[in-house]
Design a protein around this ligand. Sequence first.
Ligand code: PFF
Length: 532
Amino acid sequence: METKKKNGFASGIGFILAAAGSAVGLGNLWGFPYKTATYGGAAFVIVYLLCVLFIGSIAMIAEVYLGKRAQANTITAYRKTNKNMGWVGMLAIIIPTFIICYYSVLGGWTVRFTVNSFQWNSANTNAVSFGSFISNSYLPLIFTFIFMGLAALIIMGGVKNGIENASKILMPMLFIIVVVIAIYSMCLGEGVGAGLNFYLNPDFSKLGFDGVVAAMGQAFYSLSLGMGIMIAYGSYTGKEIKIGKSAVMICIFDTLVALIAGLAIFTSVGHFNGELLKPFIDTLGEYGPVGQYYAVHPSLSGVGLMYQTLPLVFASLGWFGKIVSFLFFAMVVIAALTSVISLLEVATQFIIQKFRIKRKKATLIMAVACFMVSIPVAWSVGGAFDGAIMVFGFDLLTFFDEMTNTVLMPVGAFLSCICIGWLIEKGGFIKRVNPMNTFRALKEDGLELGWFGKFFAVMVKYITPVLILFVEVAGIIGKITDYRVSKGLNFWWVIGASVLLLAIGIAIYFIFFSNKETGCNADELEIEGANA
Ligand code: PFF
């Protein structure tokens, strides 16, 4: 069927907002402030900014370009880059799918906290209520279901009517809320200065080698790189976008939200610490079995800060606190939702195109499958059934998180850079073109970056892959020691499971997909059109 209709984003800004929606998530709102607090405030922030500038933006351009030139799902996209590399696309489907299974549990908790905002008082806002909620055997599942359902509904609407339209509404809302909360926090008075001082005064003695590795890892995670997301979203763009400019805008948006979230968190923690938090931290250990994920740094770490410390703060503010609480958690829901949408879209896109199934059905299959896996994850991290569900001593959320982010994500990011820098096959230019002229070859291939082109070529070919390898190796070594020392756990299990997953993914690719058509974006129009 000939059609002029395009399957994808209707506008450049739609794409940028959707990609920013993927990037801005829990990583910005809690990961960034928490790591900043751990690794010396502004010292960490400076290194983080350099990582976004020199590594993140390069990998972002590489991935968006891979997608845009292929106009297809991640497997086809990698195949079109180099006929031997389709298996990388398989990894780019499996990794985000694993992330969904724990990310939506946290998303579900956040939905519950948003809904509950108007009931907060100091009696129900303590560790007991949080602990009993997450360790309940069915409540967290209901909220995870609601959260996943919301994401699925939006994806079912399609790229333009669902993902793009939702992002166009949700992202500006999120930005306004985070700014309002930051301004409010900065006006709290006493303690704000101390908080700001902590945030903006670089303490390089706390940064260290670990801090640098953490900053690089955080940059990849926060920008949603190494997982096929930007390839999938990039595939829905066409001539209307300039890749370089769009990538820069996505990076700026993501970084700005992280920086503003930092302002809000540090000023409010500065104001509310001491009296309010101390008794709570002292008694935390008493409240039943808790997943390791949030037991690590009770007051400032991600889950502790977001679900325990902040509700206490909100409760202390009376009715006004209820409004702030609602705004705050609504913001977190929006951030997490737009991220899960992107994670879910990668596999959905592939299923639609490969199996020629309608979007609604493909989304449903993916959402149900992920929800099933998220059930044991929710039980495990919440400590339901007396904390019985653990793997090798890890709760499942931590296990999945480490597998995907510490071990597998750098693999994906590394391969995307290598494919763009060394393996693009169009016109066989690899053989033709002197390697030093990669930038010209990329230009011939269609990647127009202006003055930035030469810099990009050198980075994507040599420097960024080396830095990513560094993140992989140093990150893994760090985790092996960290877990052994702090909890007596063996990180090698995580590495083993990741390698197994990689092997299974690659085997599936070669057994089932490597010799077959894997579809492209135009197929979706045909499928929906034919059955409409
Ligand atoms: N970038 C999101 C965050 O910062 O929370 C999380 C995320 C989404 C990571 C999508 C990876 C991904 F592929």
